[in-house]
Ligand binder design. Structure first.
Ligand code: ADP
Length: 192
């Protein structure tokens, strides 16, 4: 069983790649953005969450940690999981590591999908033409990048110090990026 985290800036292709990986390796795809968009459409925190999403700010840790870990707690017992969009802060990462150790499953390896801001912005604007997402517009995209950079350094450092990060160039087309990631996962599985 393998657990993965797909990490990277908005628009890097995390969701697309996570879906492909989950299908190929029979992993559970846990997307924090999808969970939040569902919660924003219905549920007790509907209004609160919608306003965070629409502004490009992170949802507070206590709220998102509880939501994600409730699902992860169940999934980690049965399937390997790919975390998409989560963790995004150091507290989320530390809390998730405690969960891995409680469940006695292997701590996730981090796939760091990197892409420069100009290219990522272009992709999100293209997606925004039909995504219906309130946050896929230029001013909010800028804010999402600001938030991303603010959290990234400490988060990546935390994982790098534990030798858990694999960097992947997110700029080639979907199939090429996917092939590169698959090779890496195959190697990780061989090591087990
Ligand atoms: P992207 O990575 O393209 O910005 P996501 O769907 O992963 O898109 O996230 C959309 C929004 O959901 C974020 O801008 C943020 O408001 C919220 N969000 C997603 N994941 C988290 C998280 N782990 N912690 C806090 N907020 C989150």
């Amino acid at each position: 069983m393998i657990n993965l985290i797909i990490f990277g800036p908005p628009g890097a292709g995390k969701g697309t790649q996570a879906k492909l990986i989950a299908e190929k390796y029979q992993l559970y795809h846990l997307s924090s953005g999808e969970i939040l968009r569902q919660e924003a459409a219905s549920g007790p925190y509907q209004e609160k969450i919608s306003s965070y999403l629409a502004s490009g700010q992170l949802v507070p840790d206590d709220l998102i940690i509880e939501m994600v870990e409730k699902i992860a707690d169940i999934q980690l017992s049965t399937l390997g999981t790919i975390f998409d969009g989560y963790p995004r802060t150091l507290d989320q990462a530390k809390s998730l590591d405690r969960l891995f150790s409680q469940k006695e499953v292997s701590p996730a390896t981090v796939i760091n999908l990197f892409l420069n801001e100009a290219e990522a912005t272009e992709r999100i604007l293209l997606r925004g033409q039909h995504s219906g997402r309130t946050d896929d517009n230029l001013s909010i995209i800028k804010e999402r990048f600001r938030v991303y950079h603010q959290e990234t350094d400490s988060l990546l450092k935390y994982y790098q110090e534990q030798n858990r990060v694999i960097d992947i160039d997110g700029s080639p087309d979907i199939i090429t990026v996917n092939a590169t990631i698959n090779e890496i996962i195959d190697k990780l599985l061989e090591r087990k």
